[in-house]
Design a protein around this ligand. Structure first.
Ligand code: AKG
Length: 261
């Protein structure tokens, strides 16, 4: 079985949700034209890291994003791993992913579990504490957000349910892009799963982002690297590869969880 994914790597406009929503709509239309099964967006694409403006800018209850994805998914018959958006719920703000299937149904929801101190997330956001394990395009999958990548124990906790694709939307700054690549390849190899990771390009007031959204196979080979372009990149995932990797080296069978404290 093959799944076509569209990596929607773009330059998020700082503190401009409406402009970013328009770009997300354009990229979804472009992904559908290229017959994508799933389109994937970067982290915090509605506001960027305008954390001190979230009271005015964050999406109230995530409603605007949910409605947009509902409309786009149905119109273009495509699954959406919605990167993440800043969401306001009462006095709390969340860095939240919505996953929507091609009939517009929300099949996954995730609040970033590990908040990134270096970007002050802990001062503004509330951390999540739930896994996001879902089926999209017929594939058991899981998603994380950016800094979660540095916590292999969390990725494993979710991946052990049998996820074939691990999604990582991110805003990962250019100065640590080598670490991004190494850790994404490691998560793919150790969990014997495909990794689909979407970063942004461009600048915000504090950081430069140089993309390098990646699709990685379960042997750690980079199938596609989006480079630094502000555009869609397509990749095809051949899920038949999974059995060839998992059969001879069954790490999920050989685990000794009773020893891991
Ligand atoms: O871990 C890193 O180096 C980057 C993490 C990050 O930028 C984020 O979680 O937003």
């Amino acid at each position: 079985m093959k799944v076509k994914v569209a990596l929607a790597q773009f330059n998020i406009s700082f503190a401009a949700p409406q402009k970013n929503r328009e770009r997300v709509a354009e990229l979804t239309a472009a992904a559908a034209k290229k017959a994508a099964d799933v389109v994937v967006f970067p982290e915090m694409w509605n506001t960027g890291y305008a954390l001190d403006q979230l009271n005015e800018l964050a999406d109230e209850q995530g409603q605007e994003t949910e409605q947009l994805f509902y409309k786009l998914a149905r119109q273009y018959q495509v699954g959406i791993v919605g990167g993440s958006v800043a969401v306001k719920e009462g006095d709390h703000f969340f860095n939240r992913t919505l996953v929507v299937d091609p009939v517009g149904q929300v099949v996954g929801r995730y609040d970033k579990v590990h908040l990134f101190h270096l970007m002050n997330e802990h001062k503004y956001l509330t951390a999540g504490d739930q896994e996001n394990y879902f089926r999209l395009a017929g594939v058991p999958s899981a998603s994380f957000i950016c800094y979660d990548l540095r916590f292999p124990e969390w990725v494993r906790t979710v991946a052990r349910h049998g996820a074939d694709i691990l999604y990582f939307p991110a805003e990962w700054p250019a100065q640590r892009i080598e670490q991004w690549k190494i850790m994404l390849q490691s998560r793919a190899v150790e969990n014997q799963a495909f990794v689909v990771a979407v970063n942004r390009v461009g600048d915000d007031p504090d950081n430069h982002f140089n993309g390098h959204s990646l699709v990685i196979d379960p042997l750690g080979k980079i199938i596609v690297d989006a480079g630094e372009k502000d555009d869609l990149t397509m990749a095809e995932i051949d899920l038949d590869q999974l059995q060839k990797v998992r059969g001879p080296i069954p790490v999920f069978v050989d685990r000794r969880p009773e020893l891991y404290k």
